[in-house]
Design a protein around this ligand. Structure first.
Ligand code: ITT
Length: 191
């Protein structure tokens, strides 16, 4: 079975490829010749996941899924949330986003947060959505050099390593993306 993963983020692709059963041949946007930016203009992560998937479905007519992920911090009323990618501003990098987050949380006691992933999939003309959540806290400084994005400052509940200190397999097992993906795999297995 061939399935396109509509992401321009190579780290997400790597994480997902590791978790999917081998009989699913995962195609990247590069594999299908999609180099254009896909607009993410919705005001929810679910909405953005749908925009990405529909872009590929409409232009390339292929079975496809997309992941949109946000980091929701309690003390910041759920920010950066759907704006996680551009928290420090358009064109800024992950490091700038983390700097802004740590600055906004400086002196704040409640550091609880959660990652939320929405995976939208369109397959055989059906559209489905899977959600995965991982609760944790924001550390006071960066720890670890694995992973990507906010991983160096996210400590999942019940663990003493940040996502950036864990092996990818471990992050996949307990993380937001892995949880959403398990549902996608179950869906594909029974359909
Ligand atoms: P695509 O839209 O092309 O899939 P993206 O990196 O723009 O890639 P998102 O919009 O879903 O993906 O990501 C929102 C932000 O959250 C972005 O800054 C990511 O680096 C960060 N992010 C997403 N998943 C993450 C994860 O598992 N760990 C840490 N940060 C993550």
């Amino acid at each position: 079975m061939k399935l396109v993963f509509a992401t321009h983020n190579p780290n997400k692709f790597k994480e997902v490829k590791l978790l999917l059963p081998q009989h699913i041949e995962l195609l990247s946007l590069t594999d299908i010749g999609c180099t254009e930016d896909i607009p993410e203009t919705a005001d929810t992560i679910e909405g953005n996941a749908v925009l990405k998937v529909e872009h590929v479905r409409n232009r390339y007519n292929l079975d496809c899924f997309a992941d949109d992920t946000g980091l929701e911090v309690s003390a910041l009323n759920g920010d950066p949330g759907v704006y996680s990618a551009r928290y420090a501003g358009e064109g800024k990098r992950a490091n700038d986003n983390i700097d802004k987050l740590l600055k906004n949380l400086s002196g704040v006691e409640d550091r609880s947060a959660r990652f939320k992933t929405a995976i939208a999939m369109t397959i055989n003309l059906e559209s489905v959505m899977f959600l995965g959540v991982c609760d944790g806290t924001i550390t006071k400084s960066r720890r670890g050099d694995k992973g990507f994005g906010y991983d160096p400052v996210f400590l999942p509940d019940g663990h003493n390593q940040t996502f950036a200190e864990m092996r990818l397999e471990q992050k996949g097992k307990i993380g937001h993306r892995g949880k959403a993906l398990q549902q996608l795999i179950a869906y594909l297995t029974k359909s």
